[in-house]
Design a protein around this ligand. Structure first.
Ligand code: HEM
Length: 223
């Protein structure tokens, strides 16, 4: 059967469906506010580590994914978080004690994995804004605790474009991808909140996408 999906359509839909979550998360992470201190930053990085670890491991376990994403290994960011934690004084013993998120999206289906990756890869765009702020406000850079937010650095635009092309070319189920991307934002937000990194839960976001895509039994956030 011919693939009739227009090249840009899924990307537009992903952005439209998830942007309300993004706006909310960006605001409530508080990262760019003048009152955001080094202790807040360390708490945030610890929480990201507890979320990215299990999610990246689950994504890496989706065998079919590499056919569409040959550069998947290069995109893993857990090691960046670990180098940041080490730079900020967290040793191996302390790292082993950090909480790990259990409520991550069920992304064993390749389309769901793409939905999760859309969120994780998109976060590198915000990272380019965040790293400038972290440098100015907290004197952090890729070598002393902010490797995660530095991400791909100057290669960020190219990595994002490649990912967009790969996601589009795969042509996987749109509904699953969108639902999974929404669930990624929701579970991340909940985890940040549980770990004291977030002002509010996202539950009152009212957007067409929430009702049509993300409140399905598959996409719903478990209590
Ligand atoms: C202070 C925190 C953040 C800021 C300032 C920020 C900022 C941005 C900016 C400037 C863009 C580019 C928008 C565009 O070109 O249209 C972007 C895109 C994106 N961000 Fe963030 N971001 C933040 C946090 C996050 C987080 C924590 C995630 C997810 C873990 C995330 C996921 C995304 C995604 C998926 C996109 C791609 C949207 C698209 O074009 O399809 N962001 N962000």
């Amino acid at each position: 059967m011919m693939n009739t999906i227009k090249p840009i359509s899924i990307l537009n839909e992903l952005k439209e469906a998830t942007w309300p979550y993004h706006e909310r998360l960006e605001k409530n992470m508080n990262l760019l506010s003048p009152g955001f201190l080094r202790t807040d930053y360390l708490r945030l990085i610890k929480a990201f580590w507890g979320y990215y670890g299990p999610l990246e491991a689950r994504i890496a376990g989706v065998a079919e994914l590499k056919a569409w994403l040959p550069d998947l290994d290069r995109r893993a960011k857990l090691t960046l978080l670990e180098s940041d934690l080490r730079a900020l004084g967290i040793d191996a013993e302390a790292l082993a004690q950090l909480p790990i998120c259990r409520e991550i999206p069920d992304c064993t289906h390749p389309a769901a994995a793409f939905g999760c990756l859309y969120v994780l890869e998109g976060a590198t765009l915000g990272g380019q804004v965040i790293i400038r702020h972290l440098h100015n406000a907290l004197n952090l850079d890729a070598h002393n605790g902010a490797a995660f937010f530095t991400g791909y650095g100057e290669a960020t635009g190219a990595m994002w474009q490649t990912f967009r092309l790969q996601l589009t070319a795969a042509g996987l189920d749109k509904t699953i991808q969108i639902s999974s991307a929404c669930e990624t934002f929701m579970t991340l937000e909940r985890w940040l909140k549980q770990n004291g990194c977030h002002a509010k839960l996202i539950s009152d976001v009212t957007h067409r996408a929430v009702e049509s895509q993300c409140c399905s039994p598959d996409g719903a956030l478990r209590a």
